[in-house]
Design a protein around this ligand. Structure first.
Ligand code: MG
Ligand code: MG
Length: 248
């Protein structure tokens, strides 16, 4: 069941989203060759305390950190570690969420470490643009899979593939609510979109094949072919006048 949010609830989710965005932007600004994903996670924890919010991921199904940090061929759910030190030319995806007054915000971005090749810049650009293609379809009266289809067709048009195993989701009092939001599919299927729906749309885009597998740590998802992957995510509320990105 898709839980619709009232104006009052969306007001709280807006605040939650703004805090997610502020912290994520600060983490992004810290990324440089030689920094460990553990240092980024520690900084996230400090900022969470300063904003008087709670981490969305720490404690989630036993995950012990505030961010997911996924490098290069890692798609999502990378575990922060002192041993994972990013190098010039790497791609680093940071996924982050908080809980503010009982409401979740969830967002992710991928950043190049130092200077990156044009090929890598293109992967980031297409992945982020595909998220906005999906957001554009979040309109009252559209169907859920219009979002999915817009993301997939944009990504494939540029020669990349979308991950199937992980999907976007409704969000609110829970981190993962109905509906699941795949980044692939035919248009005009699934629930009709209504005012008060709040979604986390999050394309995961692979340079090569779409296939992913989870490593022995039980969390880190990587591409099977070892090629690069990128990930962008926003939390978005659907109002009478269209989508409002909350994590911005
Ligand atoms: Mg996320
Ligand atoms: Mg999410």
């Amino acid at each position: 069941m898709i839980v619709l949010k009232s104006q009052r609830e969306i007001e709280k989710m807006r605040k939650s989203g703004q805090i997610v965005s502020k912290i994520l932007q600060e983490l992004k600004a810290m990324v440089r060759p030689g920094i460990s994903t553990y240092q980024l996670d520690q900084r996230a924890e400090t900022l969470i305390d300063q904003f008087h919010v709670r981490p969305a991921f720490k404690g989630y199904r036993g995950f012990q950190h505030c961010i997911c940090a996924s490098i290069n061929e890692e798609v999502v759910h990378g575990i922060p570690s002192k041993q994972r030190i990013v190098q010039e030319g790497d791609l680093l995806s940071i996924d982050f969420g908080v809980i503010y007054e009982g409401f979740y915000g969830d967002s992710a971005l991928t950043v190049g470490v130092g200077s990156i090749s044009e090929e890598k810049q293109k992967l980031l650009k297409v992945t982020e643009a595909s998220l906005w293609k999906g957001i554009d379809q979040m309109q009252v009266g559209h169907r859920l899979s219009d979002i999915s289809h817009a993301v997939q067709s944009y990504v494939e048009k540029h020669g990349y593939s979308v991950v199937r195993e992980f999907v976007g989701h409704g969000i609110g009092h829970e981190l993962h609510e109905d509906p699941p939001i795949p980044n692939y599919g035919r248009p005009a299927e699934g629930p009709v979109l209504k005012t008060g729906m709040v979604f986390a749309i999050e394309p995961m885009v692979n340079q090569g094949d779409p296939d992913v597998m989870v490593l022995e740590d039980g969390w880190t998802a990587v591409t099977v072919d070892g090629k690069l992957s990128a990930h962008f995510e926003h939390t978005i509320a659907l109002g009478d006048n269209g989508p409002e990105v909350l994590t911005i």
